[in-house]
Design a protein around this ligand. Structure first.
Ligand code: MLT
Length: 265
């Protein structure tokens, strides 16, 4: 792992492999280690870069709110530092929100997109209120309080009931997140813009992946993206919840590899 000072903050990232560059952006409130299984698969033939987004892992949030545009700017600054021009950009959930922001800011840098368990819409008023409640909880009572609240949302019921290793791994990622960082990301997600108008403008080949049991960004969101993004392919991962790459790594990696093989990289 490496840490570099860019855009006035320390950015933690992992870089493995050689070849055309693939950047993977994690979900909330997790960190780059969630891509462990994809890193192994993709790094055989690609240069895989996994940053920690502002407020997560080894990347601190410099202010009370970490916006999607700031996170996208951090990714661009990291690519400049690594002397990488174009990438295949993948993001899960929060990572997908940042991928949309990145595409809007730097469309020419994106060769292809992978949008996993994410959505283009902004938060509803109710979702914003819930984020504010969660933000206060995290700051006043610590990050552990949201782990119990989040696990049933992030994982499919069967994963939660039977896959102790995955539950433990995800819990450790959550409780390893700094409360101030999680709070900053919650503020940034609540303030994010609606990206629906961008969908029909996306010219890059796009893979959309969703767990059949994702309750945070459900199948309907994935189908909407598939309908609107011209050159897109939809993969539904049966039995997976919101963290489809962690819950069903074999199926997720197969979808990813099949997609990568269709690209002229
Ligand atoms: C995530 O997995 O990144 C979050 O669930 C996204 C969100 O809360 O909107």
């Amino acid at each position: 792992m490496s840490v570099v000072r860019l855009s006035g903050i320390e950015i933690g990232y992992t870089e493995v492999g050689q070849g055309s560059a693939v950047v993977l952006l994690h979900g909330f409130p997790l960190n780059r280690s969630m891509w462990r299984d994809q890193m192994q698969e993709l790094s055989v033939a690609h240069r895989v870069i996994m940053p920690d987004l502002r407020g997560h892992g080894d990347t601190v949030a410099s202010s009370a709110q970490a916006t999607m545009d700031e996170m996208a700017g951090d990714v661009a600054a990291l690519l400049d530092y690594l002397k990488i021009d174009q990438i295949v950009l993948g993001g899960l959930s929060l990572g997908g929100y940042v991928a949309f922001a990145f595409y809007r800011l730097f469309p020419n840098r994106v060769r292809a997109l992978v949008l996993a368990d994410t959505r283009p819409q902004a938060d509803s008023e109710e979702a914003r209120r819930n984020r504010e409640v969660m933000r206060k909880h995290v700051l006043q009572q610590g990050i552990d309080t949201i782990a119990d609240e989040m696990l049933p949302k992030l994982l499919a019921p069967a994963t939660l009931a039977k896959d102790f290793e995955t539950v433990t791994r995800v819990r450790e990622m959550i409780v390893g997140t700094q409360p101030e960082g999680a709070a900053a990301a919650l503020g940034g997600m609540a303030a994010r813009r609606d990206q629906s108008d961008l969908l029909s403008e996306i010219a890059s080949p796009t893979l959309i992946i969703v767990g059949s049991e994702d309750s945070v960004t459900p199948l309907g969101d994935a189908e909407l993206m598939h309908r609107k993004i011209p050159n897109s392919h939809l993969e539904i991962i049966e039995g997976a919840g919101h963290l489809s790459n962690i819950e069903r790594p074999v199926e997720f990696n197969r979808a990813l590899t099949d997609f990568m093989n269709t690209l002229e990289l």
